[in-house]
Write a protein that binds this ligand. Structure first.
Ligand code: BGC
Length: 450
């Protein structure tokens, strides 16, 4: 029996999505293409040739989706802005109709008492900027800060929580090192540069916010605790490399003003010596950190796993999700406590947490039972509460995701939503997990104690 769970009345309960994954109509009303638009329309990049051309058609159905959130009792909504809707070329002339979409969305949220948390960049870089080198071009810090400034000026009178980037690690690792995600490069020399320019861009946008904005700004990272598979030195060293690469690569520069030593070991001659002034730019004080948590890794030395020489060990008797991630809720408590200890207890939000499971199709309008997702949420929201009990300054929780949506290179084959989407008819049906989440919100987590 766990102790009684009661989250504070101001705790922000929400759900998260991102522009390219749900909006559809990526070229509507004067928008320019993004790298994901390009990637999806390149053969063999995305499973089954899926694209975000229609996705959840949220661009046209956003009022229905906001009503759904309200119906479920949500207090907050984390969404992202498509840079190339606002600036079709990534810089230069603004597309007023693109900006207007987000203006209307924010108004609709506030009319329904739902607090917006806006992410400025969730992977859909304008294609025109990729043509100029994208995240490899040092000018991108100015491009990003200029874009951010336009959005701040339009929305900061109503948006009080901003995030610069979503998961820069995934952009560098998937986009520039392993190539599974847009822009699909595989290059050991490019990945550190992309990392560094992402971080400089984050710093430049925070600086711009201090001039333009009146509220709070932070960044969203994905964290995955790494536990050594054994006490042997080679497993422990592999674990330290994996931890440095995924968890400390972004947070050490932001909070401590330096990169972890292991990165030079991992990248060898591809790891440059960065100028001190860059690290000063990166180390801007932020108002909160967003943590995305999905799983952990038990890590072993693996001579075949370039460039980290580290691999996850599959756990016996554990549940794995459809994306092959181990369900391990304790890891969420552990990583939040780790952030508290290493970086001085910053205000935190869990900005994404969720799971892809196969939810059996049912006849229209009928209940959709997703017991594995219900169980995942029960365990993970309980784990966030244990972190609060341990003194972590956690202010909110956002389930990933509100809707089944376009899961990047896996297309529509994986469903993360607490609301089922029929992609033929666009009908939304709350799954059992959505109803369970509504009850958690309504009872401030009390239902988890029972
Ligand atoms: C991303 C989401 C993605 C989710 C599940 C996170 O890495 O921010 O865009 O859909 O994980 O893979």
């Amino acid at each position: 029996m766990v102790s009684k769970i009661e989250f504070s009345s101001g705790f922000l309960w929400g759900s998260a999505t991102s522009a390219y994954q749900i909006e559809g109509s990526p070229l509507a009303d004067g928008a320019g293409p993004s790298i994901w638009q390009r990637f999806c329309h390149t053969p063999d990049r995305v499973r089954d040739g899926d694209t975000g051309d229609v996705a959840c058609d949220h661009y046209h159905r956003y009022l229905e989706d906001v009503a759904l959130m309200r119906h479920l009792g949500m207090k907050a909504y984390r969404f992202s802005i498509s840079w190339s809707r606002v600036l079709p070329q990534g810089r230069g002339p603004v597309n007023p109709m693109g900006l207007d979409f987000y203006d209307r969305l924010v108004d609709a949220l506030l009319e329904n008492s739902i607090e917006p948390l806006v992410t400025l960049f969730h992977w859909d870089l304008p294609a025109a900027l990729d043509d100029r080198g994208g995240w490899l071009n040092p000018d991108i810090a100015h491009w990003f800060a200029d874009y951010a400034t336009i959005v701040f000026r339009k929305l900061d009178d109503r948006v009080k929580i901003w995030a610069t980037l979503n998961e820069p690690w995934v952009v560098a690792d998937g986009g520039y090192l392993h190539g599974a995600l847009a822009p699909g490069h595989r290059n050991r020399f490019e990945a550190p540069i992309a990392t560094h320019q992402l971080l400089r861009s984050h710093g430049a946008a925070v600086q711009a916010y201090r001039v333009e904005g009146k509220h709070r700004i932070g960044i969203v990272v994905n964290l995955e605790p790494k536990y050594p598979a054994s006490e042997q030195t080679e497993d422990r060293d592999a674990t330290a490399r994996a931890d440095a690469y995924m968890n400390r690569q972004y947070l050490d520069p932001i909070f401590l003003g330096r990169y972890p030593d292991e990165l030079a070991e991992i990248f060898g001659d591809a790891w440059p010596a960065w100028p001190a002034e860059d690290l000063n730019l990166i180390r801007q004080p932020i108002d909160f950190l967003g943590v995305n948590y999905y799983t952990r890794n038990v890590t072993r030395f693996d001579p075949g796993a370039w460039p980290l020489y580290a691999s996850p060990v599959r756990q016996k008797r554990a549940t794995y999700t459809e994306t092959n991630w181990e369900v391990f809720a304790q890891g969420l408590t552990d990583i939040l406590v780790w952030v508290r200890d290493r970086y001085g207890n910053p205000p935190l939000y869990v900005t994404e947490n969720g799971a892809a499971f196969f939810d059996p199709p049912t006849a229209e309008g009928r209940r959709i039972a997703d017991p594995l997702r219900v169980d995942y949420m029960r365990k993970h929201i309980g784990a966030t509460y244990r972190a609060i009990e341990a003194g972590v300054d956690l202010r909110g929780y956002f389930v990933w995701s509100l809707l089944d949506n376009f899961e990047w290179s896996l297309g529509y084959s994986k469903r993360f939503g607490i609301v089922h989407v029929d992609f033929e008819t666009q009908q939304r049906t709350p799954k059992d997990s959505a109803l369970f989440y509504a009850k958690i919100i309504d009872t401030r987590g009390n239902v988890l104690t029972e």
